[in-house]
Structures are given as C-alpha cells and as structure tokens.
Write a protein that binds this ligand. Structure first.
Ligand code: CP
Length: 303
C-alpha cells in the first residue's frame, strides 16, 4: 500500500506518469467518470482549507466515487482527545483512501503507520504539502512546456510556507533550475531546506530582499502569503505582511513569458488588477489541482 506523505514519495518517473495521467484526464474527462464507482474518499481536515479539501472531494466525485469527512477538528472526536492513530484506524473502516490536513508537522506520517488505507498528506503544519506540489508541477509543465531549465523566484513567507518547502524539494530533482529566494531576513527558508536540498545537492541559489531587483530575470514567480497562523507574535505578522505586493507597475519589468503562480489563498500580495494579465496562472493552477488529485487517487487505489 502506498501513501503520499513527503513530496519525494513519488520518484521522477512516477511523477511524470502521474502528470501525464492528469493531462489525459483533462482531455478525456468522460473516460474517467466511473473509475472510482463504489469507492469512498475521507477528507479529515483538522485545519481550515478551501482548495485542497474541495478539490479532493470534487476529484473523487468526478471519478464516480463518494466522499465523507470533516472540515475542522472541532467537529470531530479529536476534541474529546482521540489520537490520529485511532481516528485513521476507524475511518479506514469506512473509506478506501484518506486525505488528511493537520496543524502538527508529521501527523499524517504518524497516521500512515497505523492506517489500513492509503493516507495523503494534505498539508502538515509548516512542513509539507505534496499535493500542492503536484499541482504546481502540473501547472509549470502546462504553462512552460517543461520541468527544467528555467529561473524561478519564490517570494514572501519562505519560512512557514509549506508549499515552498515541498516545491523546492521536488524541483531539486530536475536539471538547470535557477532559484531566487525573495524574502525578508526573518522569513527566509528554514536551514533544513538550505542544507538538505541546496547544499547537499550542490544546487546554487540566491537570497535577496527586493523583488524589483530580480523580477526581470524570472520565468516563474511563485508568490506566497505571509502565514499569519504560524506566527507567535501578531506584531511581527503586521510588520511583515505587506512586504511584497505584486502589482501591474512591478510587472512592467517582468518577461512577457513570465508565469505567476500562487498556491492561494491570496491576502494582499497580488493586486487583483494582475488577475487579468495572461501571465497570472493561479486560478488555472487551482483547477489543475483537481485533475492532479484525480490522478493521484487513481494511482494510490491502483485503478
Ligand atoms: N493551496 C491550499 O492549500 O489552499 P487551501 O488552504 O484553501 O486548501
């Protein structure tokens, strides 16, 4: 039985096949409309979500399956003290596959050790978000036509942004990618990403504080929001939250072929005026998330 806990749980070949399946689903939706008939997906969300939970549910419905679950810890027996171990052993009696989001780093991994069904990590604290990574890879591939040889700028909260950590880790397996990390000093990527990914794999990267200085070099700009829920101190959040705001003026310096991604939700970091620019990919990215999750459900259920 396979789980998806870490963005590296699927190797490059498996990722290629999964993205190819997602692309085929986009082209031939009818072909897949009954492949999960009789199967159930449980979404166990101990932390809020719009895209991940609903795209998982839509994905299972479009595959002909059914969904059950909860959208907050408050509406589950976690409030009575039930452990994630016990929760997944019970939910595994009701569902064929589980997507779990949890505020504690490592909770989906812990759950996978006892689960009778595949567990998908739908985000664990500030750690990883592997299905967002698959969404991002599919989006980059569809927008740029390749997963190699480009310059990507990650901008915003690179410390707490789990989507950033996951995507950097996954991209480190593809050749000729140039990384520019744009953040205030307090929100730089954690040391383990610097050492385990960049330094161990001898991948060079630049850290800068100004977006203006580098925007003209980028092929992909991955914007992120400052993660209020992970801050210990509200005053620090207020001071840092509007450090970067991408607007139409800033985009004048960018390449015409730039692709702007954002895992969403957005707060202030991209002006809504940018939404009409063809370089804005983030709503297409959210749609890609549903198709890649359809492909992932099929893979983990071996359908
Ligand atoms: N991108 C993402 O994980 O969004 P949600 O928090 O709405 O699921």
């Amino acid at each position: 039985m396979r789980h998806l806990i870490d963005p590296m749980d699927l190797n490059v070949q498996e990722t290629k096949e999964l993205l190819a399946l997602a692309n085929d689903i986009i082209l031939h939706k009818d072909k897949y409309s009954e492949v999960c008939k009789g199967k159930k997906l449980a979404t166990l969300f101990f932390e809020p979500s719009t895209r991940t939970r609903l795209s998982f549910e839509a994905a299972m419905m479009e595959l002909g399956g059914n969904v059950l679950g909860f959208s907050s810890a408050d509406s589950s027996s976690a409030t009575k003290g039930e452990s994630v171990h016990d929760t997944v052993q019970v939910v595994g009696c009701y569902a064929d596959i589980i997507a779990m989001r949890h505020p504690k780093e490592g909770a989906p991994l812990l759950a996978s050790l006892k689960s009778p069904v595949p567990i998908i990590n739908a985000g664990d604290g500030g750690h990883y978000h592997p299905t967002q990574t698959l969404t991002d890879l599919l989006t980059i591939q569809r927008e740029k036509g390749r997963l190699e040889d480009f310059t990507i700028g990650f901008c915003g909260d690179l410390k707490f942004g789990r989507t950033v950590h996951s995507l950097i880790k996954a991209l480190s397996r593809y050749p000729n990618i140039r990384y520019i990390l744009i953040s205030p000093k307090e929100l730089q990527v954690p040391d383990y990403i610097r050492t385990e990914v960049f330094e161990n794999k001898h991948i060079s990267y630049r850290q800068v504080e100004s977006m203006d200085e580098v925007i003209g070099e980028l092929d992909v700009l991955y914007m992120t929001r400052v993660q209020r829920e992970r801050f210990f101190n509200e005053a620090d959040y207020i001071r840092l939250k509007d450090t970067y705001i991408l607007d139409t003026d800033k985009l004048k310096k960018a390449k015409q072929e730039l692709s702007i991604l954002h895992p969403l939700p957005r707060v202030n970091e991209i002006s809504t005026k940018v939404d009409d620019d063809p370089r804005a990919c983030y709503f297409r990215q959210a749609l890609n998330g549903k198709y890649v999750r359809m492909a992932l459900i099929m893979k983990l259920l071996e359908l």
